[in-house]
Design a protein around this ligand. Sequence first.
Ligand SMILES: Cc1cc2nc3c(=O)[nH]c(=O)nc-3n(C[C@H](O)[C@H](O)[C@H](O)COP(=O)(O)OP(=O)(O)OC[C@H]3O[C@@H](n4cnc5c(N)ncnc54)[C@H](O)[C@@H]3O)c2cc1C
Ligand code: FES
Length: 267
Amino acid sequence: MQLETAIILDHRDYGAGYRLLRLAAPQIAPQVRPGQFVHLRIPRLEASVLRRPFSIFKAENGELALLYKAIGRGTTALSAATVGEPLSLLGPLGNGFPLDLPAGRVPVLVAGGYGMAALYLLARRLAAPGLVFVGGRSAQDILCVEEFEALGWKVYVATEDGSRGVRGLVTGPLDAWLAEGCAGRTPEFFVCGPNGLLEVIGQRAMARDWRAWLSVDRHMGCGVGACLTCVVKLQDTDGTWLWARACKDGPVFESRQIHWDRIEEEA
Ligand SMILES: Cc1cc2nc3c(=O)[nH]c(=O)nc-3n(C[C@H](O)[C@H](O)[C@H](O)COP(=O)(O)OP(=O)(O)OC[C@H]3O[C@@H](n4cnc5c(N)ncnc54)[C@H](O)[C@@H]3O)c2cc1C
Ligand code: FES
């Protein structure tokens, strides 16, 4: 983990209401593993001391790219940052996704919202392409399909209003693929999106004794394990439970680790 002053190289609209932020970050970029995040200090927001967490969309040649949506005070202030401006970053943080799949597994990525950005780096770093299932309310919420297809991944899109892909939830095309026998292969799931999505994919995986790696979204304070803002309830091996910090022990957990009643309460 490093504290680095990154310089904005590019900052523009990316579609689907998202902004692309490209940064020179030569210390952090080479260390990044898929699923990790950076904790970013928002410029000109002196009254708000807390950094904001963002997944790493791309990390190469000493540069980082983030994809974010302006949803509140911090992200709206960030959207006004300009090329050449310095940004304070803490990162890379968190554990990230495992990259070594057992033999014969096909990677199956499932995303909602900014989850596509978080999973894109994983798709680039896995040894062989697999499948991506992405869902959203409408076509405007669907990110990065062309980027995954350019890497050779098969992308299934579902939107609730039917404006792109099949009408309905992302579980529709996923369940159809599962019902067809997964083309004879065993899926290894990687999921980033709302807690409800993490849960339904986790339940499907656990029911068949498959693995699902879930990136948990929690409000974060320090980002480094000190403040306990981001706790997640996990199952302990002896049947009891324990608290874990999403920022330091996660944000990626395997579905069997999570104590699901607690995730529901906080969704
Ligand atoms: C590990 C991690 C990775 C993330 N990666 C990305 C990313 O790649 N792109 C992206 O656009 N966003 C990402 N986020 C979410 C992002 O951090 C929040 O959108 C941001 O902190 C909001 O800051 P704000 O000051 O604009 O909003 P605030 O003014 O703080 O909040 C605005 C509204 O959003 C809600 N909110 C704030 N943070 C979250 C959150 N983490 N989860 C759910 N609701 C929230 C608040 O309750 C409030 O209703 C990530 C979050 C985590 C934990
Ligand atoms: S954000 Fe402080 S412990 Fe996780």
